[in-house]
Design a binder for this molecule. Structure first.
Ligand SMILES: [Zn+2]
Length: 98
């Protein structure tokens, strides 16, 4: 089952705005690549913010509006990861030593 419809609800859009503001206040980095997110980019493009679901909506549609399941990510990283991809990138902050 596709989770796309779940992400377009009014409730989810409100949560996404609130979550983005919370992440911007903390200047939270991308959960996938660990680099800073360009919060001044308005849309979900390139280095701009995208809401990532730790448990993909395609697998856990019940968690689509669960704040604890939200992660900050780059739009491009989120898109590259795709729905249902494994969580392999989350623990590997290989650029930390740079
Ligand atoms: Zn990233």
């Amino acid at each position: 089952m596709s989770g796309n419809g779940l992400r377009s609800t009014r409730r989810h859009k409100q949560l996404r705005v609130q979550f983005r503001q919370a992440c911007e206040a903390e200047d939270r980095p991308c959960c996938i690549c660990g680099l800073p997110i360009a919060y001044d980019v308005p849309g979900a493009i390139g280095d701009g913010f995208a809401l990532d679901h730790y448990h993909p909506v395609s697998q856990r549609p019940d968690l689509v509006d669960d704040w604890a399941n939200f992660r900050a990510s780059h739009s491009r990283c989120n898109r590259a990861r795709g729905a249902g991809a494994p969580q392999a990138g989350l623990g590997t902050l290989s650029r930390k030593w740079l």
